[in-house]
Design a protein around this ligand. Structure first.
Ligand code: ZN
Ligand code: ZN
Length: 261
């Protein structure tokens, strides 16, 4: 198992997940060329991917999908309404529609998209179940609904949104209406909101948590890590905490195959 945030933040998001012999991207918000460059920095070529999963239509998640899929003949998995909201995606030969709440298979993986309350047409997070355990992915969350909480239980690796520190957002430079949007149930999760979610889903089998979609203006990595570490310590769990970066790939979490019951 290998997980790496190739890019994370409001200027582009893409996550590499390699599990059970299957290599996937969740979102591709960088340019195609920059995605290829970051993949090669972790020793992979785009031709080695088995597909791209799409969470929602915002540009920071989809900008590179069309060029990558066409250049490397990659399958793209996307919600039907999200696809309809993306006329600029262009023609994709190998395109598959999914519906939130309906698990689908890719190679040996079971992939479950679940709905979130972010301000997009039909945004989703994912869980990916394999013989190597379960990975949970939830960024651009709006709020952590009960559905989200239930889906993310029993994961070996979590990728969770940690968008802003509430005080930094309040005191920061954003206009009032943008602050309101970020704080709303259709916006982004703060560090402390994400930690409340984590309290419900942390367990002894959690090996790594990635902090994703950090705001460059309204958060700072040390603050986010300290907030999460305190929550995890209070829960009695000690997974690796890995920060997603905007300008470079994150540290790669790598684990040997262990059957998780
Ligand atoms: Zn978004
Ligand atoms: Zn986003």
């Amino acid at each position: 198992m290998r997980v790496c945030l190739l890019a994370s933040g409001s200027r582009g998001n893409s996550t590499l997940i390699e599990v059970d012999g299957c290599r996937l991207l969740i979102d591709a918000g960088l340019s195609g060329i920059e995605t290829e460059r970051r993949l090669s920095a972790v020793g992979l070529a785009c031709d080695e991917l088995h597909g791209i999963l799409v969470t929602h239509e915002h540009h920071d998640h989809v900008g590179g999908i069309g060029p990558l899929a066409r250049r490397h003949n990659l399958p793209v998995f996307i919600d039907r309404q999200t696809h309809a909201a993306l006329p600029k995606l262009g023609n994709i030969d190998d395109l598959h529609h999914f519906s939130s709440g309906e698990t689908f298979s890719l190679q040996n993986l079971s992939i479950s998209p679940f709905s979130t309350t972010h301000d997009a047409i039909n945004p989703v997070g994912f869980t990916i179940q394999s013989s190597e355990g379960k990975i949970g992915f939830a960024t651009d969350l709006g709020i952590a609904t009960r559905l989200v909480t239930e889906q993310l239980k029993n994961c070996r690796v979590l990728i969770l949104e940690a968008n802003h520190d509430e005080q930094m957002l309040q005191d920061g430079p954003y206009p009032w209406n943008l602050k309101q949007r970020i704080r709303s149930r259709h916006g982004h999760l703060s560090n402390s909101e994400s930690c409340l979610l984590l309290e419900d889903i942390s367990w002894s089998g959690l090996e790594a948590i990635f902090l994703a979609h950090l705001s460059e203006e309204n958060n700072c990595p040390d603050l986010a890590v300290n907030t999460f570490r305190k929550t995890l310590t209070d829960c009695g769990h000690h997974p690796e905490i890995i920060i997603g970066r905007q300008n470079r790939a994150s540290y790669c979490f790598e684990a040997n195959l262990v059957k998780v019951s």
